[in-house]
Design a protein around this ligand. Sequence first.
Ligand code: COA
Length: 139
Amino acid sequence: MIRYTDSLHGLEPSHVDGIFDGWGWPNPPDSRTLLRVLEGSYRFWLAVDSESNQVLGFINAVSDGVLSAYIPLLKVRDTHQRRGIGRELADRMLASLDHLYMIDLICEPDVQPFYEKAGMMPVHGMALRHYENQGGAVT
Ligand SMILES: CC(C)(COP(=O)(O)OP(=O)(O)OC[C@H]1O[C@@H](n2cnc3c(N)ncnc32)[C@H](O)[C@@H]1OP(=O)(O)O)[C@@H](O)C(=O)NCCC(=O)NCCS
């Protein structure tokens, strides 16, 4: 059974271990850093295995809370993809943000059909990446 939650209650770093596997990030955030990312987010949703408490997928958003939001991360464990989890997470996040005007994200072209099915449209954008900070800023 999968439960969807926007709470970190009962969650330990070990429950998100390995969740970035298979995405091709050479230096992904470690589990504690990912929990900090979720804590610092405006909204997040998790798909959790009810028995093991393992997080199977997550999505987060940062926002000014007035006009705009940005969705930096959506990841479903490779072992659980193509079962509707990503769509459920995206739908829940977009519903959580529907009081705002701009909801943006960046993705590879091959993932655009996934987001189009969730009601989003392709746009042009610009980005800067400090790859040395991919694992999280040192604070
Ligand atoms: C992209 C991702 C989140 C999709 O999650 P998922 O749980 O596998 O997707 P779902 O099973 O909910 O798929 C929902 C629909 O999108 C389609 N879809 C899923 N992944 C897709 C992809 N990569 N490209 C095109 N369509 C895709 C599914 O076929 C399904 O279509 P249907 O409703 O017509 O059956 C997941 O593949 C993932 O974590 N990828 C690596 C990280 C990533 O690329 N994240 C997005 C970057 S912002």
